[in-house]
Design a protein. Sequence first.
Lengths: 206, 206, 206, 206
Amino acid sequence: MTAPHRRNERSRRAILDAALALLTETGYSRMTIEAIAARAGVGKQTIYRWWRSKGAVVLDALVDGLPAAAALPDTGDIHADLRAVIRATVAEFADPHLSATTRALTIETLADAELAAQVRDRLLRPQLDQVRDRLESARRAGQIRDDAPLDQVVELLFGPIYHRWLLRTGPLTEPYADTLVTLALTAACQPTVGPATERQPDLHAE
Amino acid sequence: MTAPHRRNERSRRAILDAALALLTETGYSRMTIEAIAARAGVGKQTIYRWWRSKGAVVLDALVDGLPAAAALPDTGDIHADLRAVIRATVAEFADPHLSATTRALTIETLADAELAAQVRDRLLRPQLDQVRDRLESARRAGQIRDDAPLDQVVELLFGPIYHRWLLRTGPLTEPYADTLVTLALTAACQPTVGPATERQPDLHAE
Amino acid sequence: MTAPHRRNERSRRAILDAALALLTETGYSRMTIEAIAARAGVGKQTIYRWWRSKGAVVLDALVDGLPAAAALPDTGDIHADLRAVIRATVAEFADPHLSATTRALTIETLADAELAAQVRDRLLRPQLDQVRDRLESARRAGQIRDDAPLDQVVELLFGPIYHRWLLRTGPLTEPYADTLVTLALTAACQPTVGPATERQPDLHAE
Amino acid sequence: MTAPHRRNERSRRAILDAALALLTETGYSRMTIEAIAARAGVGKQTIYRWWRSKGAVVLDALVDGLPAAAALPDTGDIHADLRAVIRATVAEFADPHLSATTRALTIETLADAELAAQVRDRLLRPQLDQVRDRLESARRAGQIRDDAPLDQVVELLFGPIYHRWLLRTGPLTEPYADTLVTLALTAACQPTVGPATERQPDLHAE
DNA sequence: GGTTAAGCGAGACGGTACGTCGAGTCTTGAC
DNA sequence: GTCAAGACTCGACGTACCGTCTCGCTTAACC
């Protein structure tokens, strides 16, 4: 691979900025590499040299514009803490503007496994891990079952949101968020019903 | 709209067949209207005359090849019944071949709200409703809480599967399916934890 | 090949006109297919569909704009008649504008044998044949040697002009033209000097 | 200009060799500066620093590989001496390999007047001058007319060859060469026909 | 003999044009 | 009026080279 120290930082910035601007102005699918290059005052080749696809550029642009993930607040009240973050997440997905970008990027990931991994690890994992960490702290505090599969509880929270957003099967509102948190926590706190199931491997075990 | 009684059934079939074939052969995103027309031995116009987009053709092709949804078996054991259907669903998503098609359609869904509604109502809703109906029967049998929000419980089952499939955050296995069913049923059966939340409107109330 | 009756005459004309215009405005080498298409209000594909190269378009444009070759005037005075046509030819090559186009097309023919044949047969041969015909008439009138190789005499007239034009070894003026005609006719009229040479085959013999 | 004493001879050689190799391998028009640089293991800038264009490089490469021009043999028989050199010239143009190179350089010549002058003076003039010198000697020996325009006689010999080669209007054979010599010498030896023409300035008069 | 500016390889850069692809529209004749 | 066929305009694709521009490194000339 090319030594990255030769890379022109000014161009890199211009491209990411242009991508972000076009993303909000014209939407992902109507945005073209050619337009990004023109807007950034850059040759197309310079984009192709450093990124594999439109999706990769947008991903970089988004990650680049994101604040570093801080830990979730831990008030000691797991229910309240989760409600806050899930409400925020639901609101984000409900916002047509933010939603459009996510939607667009999701499309790209469906067709490009490499990109999907990047999106997952650089954009989403941090958010999921925040919640997981908060749940772990709650478990240590005895607020949720010892054998609760934390990863799946996290998915219990985010999965339905994605589902509803993706398939538009219902509104994304605050009461919805609250019910969701309650359901997930009930599943995580109460003793399980039904036959015992094999313990799921913890994806985060080191 | 053009009167459909003039429509050439032979062409319609050829187009849907070609679409299905190309879908599995070349994948959704590399498949073009032009290719469908060529493969079907049909003028491009004939496709544009009857369908709004590539996604619409594919949707028709898929729905066309699908069996009508029958009701889920009801053995009286809600846990066992759900486990069966969720295991099947997880297996379907884990299968690379079936998964490719779903993936394809999901892409289009993301970019086209009109199509999304069609996919949701013609392809997915029947499946979700089967599960919802089974849950309703369980509620009547007193096996789950009276005030459990059935729609959200359904999403508690399917959301995480979509999420894990979409983001590839973990394997889609049988034990995973079983744990998922247990968690969802726990949430639906056990008394809720945390503060009371506003009752969600039932999406199916008439 | 595609049935030509489907071809859009309006586009064809627009392309040839645009090519001719650009040829005189910007010169051959700075003229691009893209510019022709834009100027003609035509998709690039339409040019690529019907022509193999820029040179082919220009050739068509030139041939298209040319009057049908009439026979040279025959006053009975071969010397005067040739002087007229050779003076005109020399003037044409001396004109920077006309010359530029010829020069450009010649470049193209050097790299493309197919095109070269077209240029030779459709653009140049008619002109050469006019002169040859006039020489033949002079031979019949007993004004030049019976065994004079007419094709080579024609080349004796045009070859040096091309040479001088191509290599810029000297000015292209009227006196030059006149001397050239005199030399060529001397070669054609006077008895040959030196050892007898094998009779060259007449390229036009039927 | 940059002081040439700093110039890296190894690079110069590598570039000229690479140019010559690519010329015969891929042909002039498909050969690029980038390819020459890559092949020579040299930075592009090193080429641009010392040559103005692709043609200039090729010219240098060709001149570099050429023997110095010696005087033509002078047996006293002007016809025999010319026949020898013209036969050789015709053979050279008939050879597809040598011809390709000439063709290549001629292309560039057409588009670049500065280069044309170089080619003319460094490559062609020596050859033409050899013939001219031989003719001059013949004139002194009384073998050709006193007032014969030697420059134009030279062109009478070479022009038709170029013409036939360029336009591919006929074969380049020995008998053709011989006829050509006879015609040119007839024009130069015999009294002129037709009206007297203004004496052409001798291009070589000092 | 050490310093220093040049030439050097490498290759990124902003550009221009390439030739191709597919979109969606339009036209032609056959049925 | 629908169909197969396919030409049309349009716009973007990803690539190839252009000629210019740094970057460090090497090297030869002049102190």
